[in-house]
Design a protein around this ligand. Structure first.
Ligand SMILES: O=C(O)CCC(=O)C(=O)O
Length: 249
């Protein structure tokens, strides 16, 4: 698939065994695990989110008005929505799903703790200018060393709805120069070479992407007519790294 400016191949599927998964994550900087969660595990959070969206008039009969233009980091309508969702039991229960923690434990080499920057993202149809640009989380996250993110859509996420795309191997060059965050900008991105081998796939509910804080990733634009993209990202880091920060003071 070729978008207006870049080419995308399919995400490589994670091997089934631990050793293979570790090796793949080490090489690519990410891991794509289709069907890791059962759709039923997403259902309580999806129901809560749908209720919060319907209450605001952001979803009517499953459709979203493109004129809403949700997707900005500093949109106070979105931050109010997050206040409803992030503290909820379904949001926190999903973060603690044994399937997610099992993969993160494998990647971190230790028991994981939730880090900061977890969100439930909303991206309006047609708001292509609000699409997340290429970046490494380490550029914008405090204490980002060893942080891994689990990203999943709360429903089917075909390419047209704007799933994440990852740049394999991009974690190996360390932290790259990023544009500084100015008031109102949110994540503003880094340059990537033309012809970078981006990988993205249509995702089903329960498919999970894991990526390191140094792996360059971006979203594809939501080019649907009237569908809101709803996704969550949970960030984890190894418990040992927290202990070592605490004992440094
Ligand atoms: O969901 C998105 O559009 C961006 C996600 C992202 O950049 C992240 O989770 O670090």
């Amino acid at each position: 698939m070729t978008t207006s400016t870049f080419t995308i191949g399919p995400l490589p599927i994670a091997p089934g065994d631990d050793e293979g998964r570790r090796a793949r994550a080490h090489e690519d900087g990410f891991l794509y695990v289709p069907g890791l969660l059962a759709p039923a595990q997403l259902a309580p959070l999806r129901a809560l989110v749908d209720e919060a969206l319907a209450r605001r008039g952001w979803l009517v009969d499953g459709r979203s008005d493109p004129a809403l233009r949700l997707g900005r980091w500093d949109d106070t309508r979105w931050t109010a929505f997050l206040a409803d969702v992030l503290a909820s039991a379904p949001y926190q229960a999903l973060a603690a799903a044994p399937e997610l923690l099992g993969v993160i434990r494998l990647l971190c080499g230790d028991d994981p703790e939730l880090h900061v920057g977890d969100v439930c993202r909303l991206v309006s149809p047609g708001a292509v200018d609000l699409t997340t640009p290429p970046h490494q989380d380490a550029a914008y996250l405090r204490d980002a060393a060893d942080v891994w993110t689990a990203w999943l859509a709360l429903g089917p996420c075909p390419l047209a709805l704007g799933p994440l795309a990852l740049y394999p191997g991009s974690h190996t060059g360390g932290l790259r120069a990023h544009a500084p965050v100015a008031a109102g900008d949110g994540v503003v991105g880094t340059d990537v070479p033309e012809g970078a081998p981006w990988c993205a796939s249509a995702l089903a509910p329960g498919d999970v992407l894991f990526f390191s804080s140094l792996t360059i990733h971006r979203a594809l634009p939501n080019v649907t007519a009237d569908e809101l993209r709803v996704s969550v990202d949970y960030r984890y880091r190894p418990r040992a790294s927290i202990t070592s920060i605490a004992t440094a003071y």
